[in-house]
Design a protein around this ligand. Structure first.
Ligand SMILES: [Fe+2]
Length: 156
């Protein structure tokens, strides 16, 4: 059915592009965090295994919210690995990392997502899509909180 929620086609396309990019970044970050949960070693194993568990679960839950935001705008979700790979700018890690390096990598990724979200929120609001602007504003707080928790492990 034709969607009639007061957004132009151009605005919808712009915002769906943003959400698709964010979905792919979140998917890659989810998998990376789950990977680190599985493969972390060292003196802080128990603590980090549990921290990464909480973080990958939170990221996994967000995937459905982001995807369903795209559906709420009347568009289909890029839901394949090939599409995700093309859309994301999160870099994969192939080698097994040391525990401290894992924390640094995740911190860098979350900080980069936060910086992207800051621009995307402005673009979504500028396109008149206050729903997506509001949705992404709530998401930025979650990434900032995860980044704080990761950063705290690196500070004395
Ligand atoms: Fe587990």
């Amino acid at each position: 059915m034709k969607i009639n929620i007061g957004l132009t086609k151009a605005s919808t396309e712009k915002v769906v592009e943003i959400l698709s990019h964010y979905l792919a970044d979140s998917y890659y970050l989810y998998l990376k965090t789950h990977n680190f949960h599985w493969n972390v070693t060292g003196m802080h194993f128990q603590n980090l295994h549990k921290l990464f568990d909480e973080q990958y679960n939170a990221l996994f839950a967000s995937l459905d919210e982001i995807a369903e935001r795209i559906r709420s705008l009347g568009e289909f979700v890029p839901g394949t690995y090939i599409q995700m790979k093309d859309l994301t700018c999160i870099k994969e890690t192939k080698e097994i990392q040391k525990d401290k390096e894992m924390i640094k990598i995740l911190l860098d990724d979350h900080e980069s997502v936060v910086r992207n979200l800051r621009n995307w929120i402005e673009e979504a609001n500028g396109a008149g899509d206050v729903g997506t602007g509001d949705f992404l504003t709530a998401r930025i707080e979650e990434h900032e909180k995860i980044a704080w928790m990761l950063r705290s492990h690196l500070e004395d």
